[in-house]
Design a protein around this ligand. Structure first.
Ligand SMILES: NC(=O)c1ccc[n+]([C@@H]2O[C@H](COP(=O)([O-])OP(=O)(O)OC[C@H]3O[C@@H](n4cnc5c(N)ncnc54)[C@H](O)[C@@H]3O)[C@@H](O)[C@H]2O)c1
Length: 414
């Protein structure tokens, strides 16, 4: 398994391509983004991931990693393109996988391995095989319901579960789920990952592997929704939810997560919808969890607005509200799908207060928050009448937050 082609050179595809190249394979990384291709071919990277640039630089220098707009024939093809959802029903958008199938089909030769890594609804791998076989009626492809059948092409679904910021380490050490369409496909896909993975390569079929990825993220989402629901109930009953959870967690078999301002990021806030969309009648808890977590920002906004109204009734004409934190989780600069950004955007529409924003991990505000003002924590503490703590950044824990003002602490720092 010497020649590998990786489609999609983003947060997942580029580190994966670099790892194969670093461990002796000849890798061509394919992307439709000319800037990404040019950057990588200069031995640089267009994304943020500690340790990645050095590996890319070395592999490009040695000639084992090359980025390109067009694929070449390889022994194995990995696909790590986006799979967002579209519309109110959160329907998974598989058009990126379909586009890759079209580009890849003409290159296929008997014995090649095709691995889908993009987070996908159950059945997506079979759909991909349909697209491939439509283009290549001269080849035989595996069938999910015939696990022992023999085909010209081997196809597997192998989800990714690395943590951004620790991708290089986790790519090697994490256990991986290897879901072949047939038993032989599983074995061939294991051979591919064995090039650099030290974790276990866990055998299953493609549908189970697809569902496993969605299950992991839905499980996190449901657990967080439980904590978020508890925080709303506790507030109504005048109970400190942080004390409550700490006490309940002293039970030897209870482990409740911490509530927050909602759920963000591009995985946990997205992937459970793939299950709900496909199983609208059955996925009751999973749907509720998504709705509870998506509604938490509105609840936080309501609490801040109550404080604004109270101060106004006490004669403060236009209270100043400092929102602390914009990232989707503590101590990172990633604002994607962040509930804190949702809160900030809606609060900026509120003309009855001055809104100032504190996010120590960014230099400038993104376009959709341009009307806001980014200030330091010290400045915010000097002028704020109300503080909304939205993210538990370390910086916010170090400073004693001014306690003479009204505080809405969505993350339990205080
Ligand atoms: N980022 C994560 O932490 C993470 C973790 C697990 C799974 N995933 C899943 O992995 C997949 C990729 O995620 P990502 O974060 O790397 O996305 P990304 O947006 O960072 O990268 C995707 C890349 O694919 C490229 N692309 C789009 N269409 C293409 C095509 N037809 N041919 C070649 N390249 C194409 C894009 O230009 C982009 O560079 C998604 O399904 C995601 O859900 C991501």
């Amino acid at each position: 398994m010497k020649n590998i082609c990786v489609f999609g050179l983003g947060y997942i595809g580029l580190p994966t391509a670099a790892m194969f190249a670093h461990h002796g394979a000849n890798v061509v990384g394919v992307d439709i983004n000319q800037h990404a291709v040019d950057t990588i071919n200069q031995g640089k990277i267009h994304i943020v991931e500690p340790g990645l640039e050095a590996i890319v630089k070395q592999a490009v220098g040695k000639g084992t990693l090359k980025a390109s707009l067009t694929p070449v024939h390889s022994d194995a093809y990995l696909i790590a393109v986006p799979t967002p959802f579209k519309g109110d029903d959160h329907e998974p958008d598989l058009s990126y996988i379909q586009a890759v199938s079209k580009a890849l089909a003409p290159l296929l030769e008997k014995g090649d391995v095709v691995i889908l890594e993009s987070t996908s609804p159950v059945g997506a791998t079979e759909k991909m095989v349909e697209w491939l076989s439509k283009e290549r009626s001269d080849l035989t492809f595996p069938k999910y319901h015939e696990p022992d059948n023999e085909a010209d092409i081997f196809v597997a679904y192998c989800p990714e579960r690395v943590l951004p910021g620790k991708v290089i380490e986790e790519l090697i050490s994490n256990d991986r789920i290897i879901g072949g369409m047939t038993k032989e496909s599983t074995k061939k896909a294991q051979d591919v990952y064995r090039i650099f993975v030290k974790g276990d390569l866990l055998e299953t079929n493609s549908r189970t592997a697809e569902m496993a990825k969605l299950t992991e993220n839905a499980s996190r989402d449901v657990s967080i929704a439980f904590a978020n629901e508890l925080s709303i109930i506790s507030d109504k009953l005048d109970i400190n939810v942080w004390d409550l959870i700490e006490l309940a967690n002293r039970h030897p078999r209870v482990n409740i997560l911490q509530p927050g301002a909602g759920v963000g990021g591009h995985c946990i806030a997205v992937d459970p919808w793939f299950i709900v969309n496909q199983n609208p009648e059955e996925a009751k808890i999973i749907r509720s969890a998504r709705e509870i977590n998506d509604n938490k920002p509105n609840w936080v906004i309501g609490k801040i607005n109550d404080q604004i109204e109270q101060l106004k009734s006490q004669g403060v004409e236009k209270p100043t509200v400092a929102l602390l934190g914009l990232a989707f989780k503590p101590d990172i600069d990633d604002l994607r799908e962040s509930p804190a950004v949702t809160i900030a955007k809606k609060m900026l529409e509120n003309q009855s207060a001055n809104i100032i924003l504190v996010e120590p991990n960014i230099e400038t505000l993104p376009k959709d928050l341009e009307s806001g003002k980014l200030v330091s924590l010290v400045e915010a503490m000097e002028i704020a009448d109300i503080i909304g703590i939205l993210v538990a950044h370390d910086e916010f824990k170090k400073e004693p937050l001014k306690n003479s003002v009204a505080v809405i602490d969505a993350v339990g720092i205080i």
